[in-house]
Design a protein around this ligand. Structure first.
Ligand SMILES: *Cc1c(COP(=O)(O)O)cnc(C)c1O
Length: 369
């Protein structure tokens, strides 16, 4: 089989966050809170309504869902987003794939600034697009920040067709200043600039969304998902907002009827109940800030976060700590950064279990100063 595989895929490893049966799962940044019963009821009746029509293909244009997503973005950001600026897929991973299928490909280059979302290079490579690993600062104060001059220099050097930004950034947790997005957009005159805002709803007060930059920037794309704040990872619904002509181009590459009737019905029911679903966001942010404060107290090195997770450094051997936590029934994420691990903010009980375990491990697992 190896001989038959596309040469550029040989030796690549698939996405593989462990899915283990553990008491405390804090490894994939899901929302720990179950969908509330009132929303379950709304989803069940929405799916029941479309069930008898499943003999027909679903609305290929998912008109109602685009209207609902546009209304949600307009209401939460205060800028006007119209339904023809919105596109959706089975998770934001699929809308990212659509962007690469339409604007990437052989002879084209995508640039990202790592450490960032591990799926950006994987999706890029599946389309035969060349991935360029750009860097961000990793030492000292402001570790992992992406500064304007470094980003602009890298964009000028590589002349990418697509630039990936992630804000708040996974796995580091911090949001990007809009000055960085504006400068990169201006420095890359041919590039589609993608800002992955999967965690936007968790950002600290006063963190502006790149949606506010859309007006007049026809190459800018902002992606969002219902997998995190909306507690709907299993529903698989991600979306983007961009210029209407850009979303029109994505229709060339999507498979017909890619959003099933149940998917559309579930997402619309969830959006109708956005307030109930998003009620957990403040609870999660409280646990996130608790993790940062407590880990710092233990002499570890947490990065302040605008997301629902915390990256922390200061570990002698992150793999040993990861395993020690798993032995206690707590699954967090090894993101491949030496001395660091990433933990999702869960319920108070889950977060407490993690912090209690870390407190017992910290003195022996800490890196020598
Ligand atoms: C979790 C995550 C997503 C979500 O992907 P879906 O396909 O929508 O579930 C997207 N981007 C980043 C940076 C993420 O961490």
């Amino acid at each position: 089989m190896r001989d038959l595989l596309r040469p550029d895929l040989k030796g690549q490893t698939p996405y593989g966050a462990p899915q283990l049966d553990v008491a405390v799962a804090l490894n994939t940044n899901e929302n720990s809170y179950a969908v509330p019963q009132e929303v379950v009821d709304a989803i069940v009746s929405a799916v029941a309504e479309v069930a008898s029509g499943l003999n027909r293909y679903p609305d290929r244009e998912f008109v109602r869902l685009r209207e609902d997503l546009a209304a949600y973005l307009s209401a939460t950001t205060g800028i006007g987003v119209s339904p023809d600026q919105v596109w959706a897929g089975n998770g934001s991973n699929e809308v990212l794939l659509h962007i690469l299928q339409a604007f990437g490909g052989p002879d084209r280059v995508a640039l990202g600034f790592t450490p960032a979302y591990s799926m950006h290079p994987i999706i890029t490579r599946t389309t035969g697009t060349r991935w360029v690993d750009g860097g961000r600062g990793v030492d000292g104060a402001g570790a992992f920040d992406l500064d304007v001059s470094s980003a602009v220099a890298q964009v000028r050097e590589h002349e990418p067709d697509i630039v990936f930004l992630c804000s708040p950034n996974n796995p580091t947790g911090t949001a990007l200043g809009l000055d960085v997005v504006e400068a990169i957009y201006a420095a890359a005159p041919r590039a589609i600039v993608v800002v992955d805002e999967a965690y936007a709803e968790f950002a600290r007060e006063g963190t502006p969304s790149a949606l506010t930059l859309l007006e007049g920037r026809e190459r800018l794309v902002v992606t969002r998902t219902m997998s995190k704040a909306f507690a709907l990872a299993g529903g698989r619904l991600g979306y983007l907002a961009a210029d209407a002509q850009l979303t029109q181009a994505l229709r060339l590459v999507r498979l017909p009827y890619h959003l099933s009737a149940p998917t559309q019905a579930i997402a619309c029911a969830a959006l109708e109940n956005a307030e109930a679903l998003l009620a957990t966001v403040e609870l999660v942010k409280t646990q996130r800030d608790r993790i940062v404060a407590d880990l710092a107290q233990m002499g570890l090195d947490p990065v302040s976060s605008d997301a629902n997770f915390v990256l922390f450094g200061g570990l002698a051997d992150e793999r040993v700590t990861w395993q020690a936590l798993l032995d206690r029934g707590i699954l967090i994420r090894d993101v491949g950064l030496t001395h660091h691990l990433r933990v999702t903010a869960g319920t108070p009980r889950e977060t407490g279990a993690f912090l209690e375990a870390m407190r017992s491990l910290a003195t022996t697992h800490r890196q020598e100063q």
